[in-house]
Design a protein around this ligand. Sequence first.
Ligand code: SF4
Ligand code: SF4
Length: 372
Amino acid sequence: MSANDLIKQVEFDMQVCNACRYCEGYCAVFPAMERRLTFSVPDMHYLANLCHNCGSCFYACQFSPPHEFNVNLPRHLAELRGETYRNYAWPGFLSDLFSRNGLAVSLITAVSFALFLLLTFYFQNSAILFSAHAGEGSFYQVIPHNVMALTFGAVALYVLVAFIIGFARFWRDMGESLADFARPVTLGQATWDVLRLKYLDGGGDGCTYPDEYPSHARRWFHHFTFYGFMLCFAATVTGTVYHYAFGWHAPYAFSSLPVLLGTAGGIGLLIGPAGLLWLKVRRDPETSAPKQLGMDVGFLALLFLTSLTGLVLLILRDTAAMGVLLAIHLGIVLALFLTLPYGKFVHAIYRFAALVRYALERSRPAPNVTFE
Ligand code: SF4
Ligand code: SF4
């Protein structure tokens, strides 16, 4: 389906759903839709990003395929979210490349960075690369700390700028002000909805994912992934504070805070992405968007590999394999970072923005949208 046909189809879906309203208890999409009689293109992107792709409305619907109306919100809204990611990404051409070959681009980027680092370390000093190093600062005998900090700092800054531009474009198109985004009550409500994945509970019984039987599996695996990521981030921040504030250099003891946080996060990032991939393989093909699959799988694969190589590095850090493992791990982390603004990760930015707008709309008086 072309982008224009997709917009027309979603608009048609919304008109049918707005007249029917059977699914209004399932998620935030329906109450937000019911505040409108007509749907602009930014409105449809907003509604698409409120959808958590649970599938409940598909199985409940009397107008879903093979009905001629072809109302299939999980698939159509997932395809439209793909358009959101492409339309608002910066720079746009990278998003096009990634959306066509998400898995391949992720893996090729990771292998390329790992090989590049490996060869750099090798030609710099092969004896250091293949020797065992122990004690404080041993990682930095393979790669100087300043090189590592500057490389990852520059990449992190680039990713942050790409996120801010994408968010600002999306928020501006929805016609909301930055002051409204920063309102504490609605910002807090949206944050709370994200932290507990409110709209993946299917109204209480769990969502119909991967098939028509309600289950909380996806919510749990998503929690493992989200909190695993946050714990790894906390481990990195703690390690940075140790390094710059206290002059304590990695690698740290197994009982230290950065290692405990990183290990817990790493385990979460093994269980979560593996579970989400497993559910994705079993997903009812009627409700999934095939074009989005490569992007989704690429992101989950990079998260899993980042965690796996990080944990293996932790276990073997005092052996002669450390140099090679460090190059592989850093290569995969670099690939993960650089693909964040163009892969599945961006759903976090746009969904959060959509949830903030949803909380804002609910704080305002309901518009008069009764049918005549
Ligand atoms: S998805 Fe189907 S059943 Fe649900 S509100 Fe829309 S038209 Fe009605
Ligand atoms: S798929 Fe789930 S989250 Fe999306 S619109 Fe339907 S019920 Fe709502």
